[in-house]
Design a protein around this ligand. Structure first.
Ligand code: SF4
Length: 486
C-alpha cells in the first residue's frame, strides 16, 4: 500500500526593502524549506505570512505598515521581521494581532516564530534535510555551535576580522536544536564556538524560557540544561565543552561534572605558558593561577581530562620562554596536548612582530614538546589499565582492531601530532590466543572525536555505533586504550 504523505505547512512571504533585506528573506526561506515548509504564492494558501519590512525612510515604514495590514486582513496569521521590527511598539499599537515581531538578521527568532505559528510535519520521505538538520558527523555525535565570532584580538588570529565580534545564539534555540539531535540519535553533544566561556556576554546573558524554567545565555546555565536532556533510552547524553577559556566562572562548571551532567573534560586552548609570550600573543586569560586551579579541579573531579593546544616558535619566543613552557607542562600534567609550529597567517598582527624564530628551531621545539607530552599521555593512560571506564562506540569492525596491535608495540607510537588513527601499519601477531571476530572502536569520556585517542575493543559482538558500554581496560599506549566489554 502506498504511504500517504502528510502535507507540509505553507508560508507566504512579503519582502520589502533593499537588496540586503532580500538576502535576509532568502536566508529565512532557505531555513524554512530545510525545516519542512512549502511556500505559498498567495495569502489564501498560507498557514502563516511572513512580512520582511523596511524601516529606512518614513515612506518605507508606511509601506511596511500597509503591507502588514494587508496580510492581517487577507490571512490573519502574521509574523513580522526586518528593519521595522526594531519598532515593535509602533507595529503592536496598530496591529495587536501580529503573532510575533523580530528584528533584522534574527534568523533563528523568525524561524522559531514560524515554527510556533505553524508547526512543521516531519517527513522522512520528502525532507532533504532530516528533522535534526544536516549533519556531517556520524549520527551518534553532533557539534553544537553556540556562538559565532570572538571579542578577543589574539595577535596570531584573524578570526575576529573574518567572523566579527561574538554573536551568541539564544539559549532556547540551542536547546531546541540539541533536543532534536538527541531525539534523532545523538549520544554526544560537542559544544563549540570560538570562546565558549564568553557565551552570552554580547546578549547580556539574557534569559529565555525553556521547559517552564528560565535559562540564561550563560555557559553554566546552558551546560546544565544540556546535561539534563535525556536520550530515548533514558540515558544522559555526553556533553563535551570545547574552547573554554579559563575565566573564573569556569570553576562553576566543575560541580556539573561532578554531578555527571557534563563530561569531565575541558578543552582549554592555553597556547603558551610564558607570560612574556602570552602578552605578545595578546591572549585573553591570565595563566598565572591556572596550575593552582587545575589542582583544584582535579581535587573535585579526579578523572577530569584537560586537553589543550600550544604554539611553539611564536615571534620573540626565546629558549628561556620555551623552557618555561616545558616545565609548566611537566607540572600541569595535561591529558591531551596538540602542538603547532607558529605560522604567519595573512592579515595577523603577529606577523609584524620582531625576532621571528628560525624554522629549524621551531621544528626542534615542536619535537621536544611532543616528546614530553607523549610521555605524560602514555603514563596517564597506563594508569588506567585495570580500571573500568565508560565508552561510546564509534565503529564496529569485522576484523578486531585490538588484534592488530602486538604486545610491546607501544614504543612505535611515540611522538608526533595526535592523529585520528593510530594504526601504524604493523600487523603483528595477534595480541593473545583469543579468536575474536568482532572488534570495535570507541571513545572514553576523555576522548573527543578526531582530536584525542580511542579505545579499541575485542569481543565486541552485538555492539553498534552509538552504544554506551562499560569497558575493562587491559592495555594502553601513547594515545589509545585497549580493552574488553566488562
Ligand atoms: S585565537 Fe583569540 S582572537 Fe582568535 S578566536 Fe580564539 S580567542 Fe578569539
Amino acid at each position: 500500500m502506498a504511504t500517504k504523505l502528510p502535507t507540509p505547512p505553507r508560508v507566504g512571504m512579503v519582502s520589502l526593502g533593499c537588496p540586503k533585506a532580500l538576502v535576509d528573506s532568502e536566508r529565512i526561506l532557505t531555513k524554512l524549506r530545510a525545516s519542512g515548509y512549502d511556500m505559498s504564492p498567495d495569502y489564501a494558501g498560507a498557514d502563516v505570512v511572513l512580512v520582511n519590512t523596511c524601516g529606512f525612510l518614513d515612506s518605507a515604514k508606511e509601506e511596511s505598515l500597509e503591507a502588514i495590514g494587508e496580510a492581517i486582513a487577507e490571512n490573519g496569521r502574521v509574523v513580522v521581521t526586518g528593519c521595522m521590527g526594531k519598532e515593535a511598539d509602533v507595529i503592536r499599537a496598530r496591529f495587536p494581532d501580529v503573532l510575533a515581531i523580530t528584528g533584522p538578521q534574527q534568523y533563528e527568532d523568525v524561524v522559531a516564530a514560524v515554527l510556533e505559528a505553524a508547526p512543521p510535519v516531519a517527513n522522512a520521505y520528502l525532507d532533504l534535510v532530516p528533522e535534526q538538520g544536516l549533519k556531517l558527523t556520524p549520527r551518534h555525535y553532533s557539534y553544537l555551535k553556540i556562538s559565532e565570532g570572538c571579542n578577543h584580538r589574539c595577535s596570531f588570529c584573524i578570526i575576529p576580522s573574518i567572523r566579527g565580534d561574538l554573536a551568541s545564539r539564544r539559549p532556547d534555540a540551542i536547546l531546541r536544536e540539541a533536543e532534536k539531535l538527541v531525539a534523532a540519535g545523538t549520544r554526544e553533544l560537542l559544544v563549540i564556538s570560538q570562546d565558549t566561556s564568553a557565551y552570552g556576554v554580547d546578549i547580556r546573558h539574557q534569559p529565555r524560557e525553556w521547559k517552564g524554567a528560565e535559562v540564561r545565555a550563560h555557559m553554566t546555565d546552558l551546560a546544565g540544561a544540556l546535561g539534563s536532556l535525556k536520550t530515548p533510552e533514558g540515558d544522559t547524553p555526553w556533553v563535551r565543552l570545547h574552547y573554554v577559556y579559563p575565566y573564573p566562572h569556569v570553576d562553576q562548571i566543575i560541580p556539573l561534572m561532578a554531578e555527571g551532567l557534563v563530561l569531565p573534560y575541558l578543552d582549554i586552548p592555553f597556547q603558551h605558558a610564558s607570560p612574556k609570550v602570552l602578552k605578545a600573543m595578546r591572549r585573553p586569560a591570565n595563566e598565572a593561577k591556572v596550575l593552582e586551579r587545575l589542582k583544584n579541579w582535579r581535587a573535585q573531579v579526579p578523572d577530569i581530562a584537560v586537553r589543550s593546544s600550544f604554539v611553539v616558535g611564536f615571534p620573540g619566543e626565546t629558549e628561556e620562554d620555551f623552557q618555561y613552557l616545558l616545565s609548566w607542562l611537566e607540572e600541569a600534567q595535561l591529558d591531551r596536548v596538540g602542538a603547532f609550529r607558529f605560522e604567519p597567517v595573512e592579515g595577523a598582527a603577529a606577523n609584524d612582530l620582531p625576532d621571528p624564530v628560525p624554522e629549524e628551531v621551531k621544528e626542534e621545539r615542536f619535537r621536544r614538546v611532543m616528546d614530553l607530552t607523549a610521555r605524560i599521555s602514555a603514563e596517564k593512560l597506563a594508569a588506567k589499565v585495570g580500571t573500568t571506564i565508560d565508552v561510546l562506540i564509534d565503529t564496529v569492525d569485522a576484523v578486531p582492531p585490538y588484534a592488530q596491535y602486538g604486545e610491546g608495540n607501544h614504543a612505535k607510537h611515540g611522538g608526533g601530532v595526535i592523529e585520528t588513527s593510530h594504526f601504524d601499519g604493523h600487523l603483528d601477531a595477534p595480541h593473545s590466543s583469543h579468536h575474536h571476530d568482532v572488534g570495535a572502536t570507541g571513545r572514553s569520556k576523555a576522548d573527543a572525536p578526531e582530536i584525542d585517542g580511542e579505545v579499541h575493543l575485542r569481543d565486541a559482538a552485538g555492539l553498534k555505533p552509538g552504544d554506551f558500554v562499560k569497558v575493562l581496560v587491559e592495555d594502553s599506549d601513547v594515545h589509545d586504550l585497549y580493552g574488553v566489554p566488562a
